[in-house]
Design a protein around this ligand. Structure first.
Ligand SMILES: C[S@@+](CC[C@H](N)C(=O)[O-])C[C@H]1O[C@@H](n2cnc3c(N)ncnc32)[C@H](O)[C@@H]1O
Length: 275
């Protein structure tokens, strides 16, 4: 039985009736840590809900409440609710391990399919630039399965330190290099077959840096959060930068990855360009 249905069943009659429909339907699990979001009306029942979650899934040892995520370095605001008071966990996907401190880093389970897609698209021998590397969220699994060379750039020192830890944990020191700083200054020019841009607020300078990073021909994977009916907006931005960098757009395919917020999609544009 799903967590949401079971929680409703167990808390009916325990919490006021009008709150039952506000109970969370799902949670995110990273390693041994579960993360839930709660409506304000339910905050006084957070321990009760957290303890039900601990009993629901035996792999969960700790429950955190997610509040906001702020700034360009995506710092999460988390509150410990119950279980073992530990914010660091070892999360595994496709034979790849990620050390994550849930109070310091974001890692979206909803991007799992994109991590797999990257692993399948990237070919042995490619040079790949991950411009917003975080913990290797979108590129580490590919690096673990393909004989390709990766460069990850990460702005936040707290996240960069864990990126290095994850590279070492997976024994990828020879094919994943990392730089700590701003990708606007650090992205090398004309060296890559593929550039990954997993950040929703990239500016024109960063998109220009991505175009310039591509060798003669290559693909940019651009992630954006766009209102449902305004996917075309991405077109204008990309065409402008193509003009400035004197590149030709060979193709552009846009897909919906997931819902970002009500009325807003997380989309990914695969843009093939030629110099
Ligand atoms: C949203 S996270 C990536 C999350 C990832 N897409 C996922 O699947 O969960 C974006 C990362 O880009 C980093 N970042 C933001 N601006 C940057 C910049 N100018 N240069 C390099 N990294 C940057 C942030 O610190 C953050 O770790």
């Amino acid at each position: 039985m799903s967590f949401g249905i079971r929680l409703k069943q167990e808390l009916r009659g325990v919490i006021p009736d009008f709150l039952v429909d506000f109970l969370p339907k799902r949670y995110v699990r990273l390693g041994s840590i579960a993360i839930i979001r709660l409506k304000n009306e339910l905050l006084s029942y957070k321990e009760l809900i957290g303890n039900h979650l601990l009993a629901y899934e035996s792999r969960v040892k700790t429950v955190f409440l997610q509040k906001t995520t702020s700034g360009v370095t995506r710092l999460p605001e988390m509150e410990f609710i119950c279980g073992e008071n530990n914010s660091i966990t070892l999360h595994k996907e496709v034979d790849t391990t990620f050390w994550i401190d849930v109070t310091k880093h974001t890692f979206s389970p909803g991007n799992h399919s994109e991590r797999i897609r990257m692993m399948n698209l990237i070919q042995d021998g490619e040079n790949v630039l991950d411009m917003f590397a975080a913990l290797g969220n979108l590129s580490l699994i590919a690096a673990n399965h393909k004989k390709a060379q990766f460069l990850g750039i990460e702005l936040a020192k707290r996240t960069f330190d864990y990126l290095i830890k994850n590279i070492n944990e997976n024994g990828l020191e020879s094919n994943f290099k990392a730089l700590n700083g701003d990708n606007r200054n650090l992205a090398p020019e004309e060296q890559f077959d593929r550039v990954i841009m997993g950040f929703f607020e990239c500016d024109e300078l960063q998109l220009e840096a991505a175009f310039k990073a591509i060798k003669n021909q290559g693909i940019i994977h651009l992630h954006e959060a766009v209102p449902n009916h305004l996917w075309d907006r991405i077109d204008e931005k990309v065409k402008l930068v193509a003009e400035v960098t004197q590149c030709k757009i060979l193709s552009m395919n846009i897909r919906r990855q997931k819902k970002y917020s009500p009325g807003v999609d997380h989309i990914i544009a695969d843009i093939e360009i030629k110099r």
